[in-house]
Design a protein around this ligand. Sequence first.
Ligand code: PRP
Length: 210
Amino acid sequence: MNLQIIDHPVVRHHLTQLRDRDTPPELFRTLVGRLTNLLVFRATEGLELRDCQVQTPMAAYQGQELKSVIGLVPILRAGLGMIDPVLSLLPMAQVWHLGLYRDEATAQPVEYYSKLRPGRPVDLAMVLDPMLATGGSAVLAYETLKRWGVPHIKLLSIISAPEGIDRLQRQCPDLDVYVCAVDQGLNEQNFIVPGLGDAGDRIFNTVGVD
Ligand code: PRP
């Protein structure tokens, strides 16, 4: 597993606001978008290109275009907050939703939605999930995409815990991981500390609603 931590002053600034429990949902969504823009910029470095020709108003121009078929795989719910910023940079990408929730008692991921079509998989899957805690959800997403036959998988997460990073290191040898921060660790409920709480609840304004 290859890990890149996007440690940048602008990332730190927005991440601090994202963590603040007084940040309301509207601003929280905006910040998730800004941080996703920064993650995706790094995660798309080195993408394969192929030559193509266009005609400028003055002359013929030999340029390049992205070669890979890219699939965005948002993990429901919280990953939904990361789709639009990635699509604004990669409008040609396919979007393949994957519904996983973490069972509160066991912290094991449970799949409840997947419509990956058998047949030609994408060349590159970018898994979008703001949180990497125990790593269970990320491993399940990775294994699902491997079964689909995706040759190259990247995970974009805003906040991560060392426990999740260690697990990906052990179980996902060829995964590229991009995070804005690696936090202190998990508490007894497997929440990231200091973290930012539950990203899905904060994006969708369902904190404390059961
Ligand atoms: C959160 C988060 C990840 C998962 C991380 O989702 O968005 O998907 O937990 O935990 P893990 O690394 O221990 O698997 P949650 O299950 O709370 O679902 P939600 O996005 O619908 O709130």
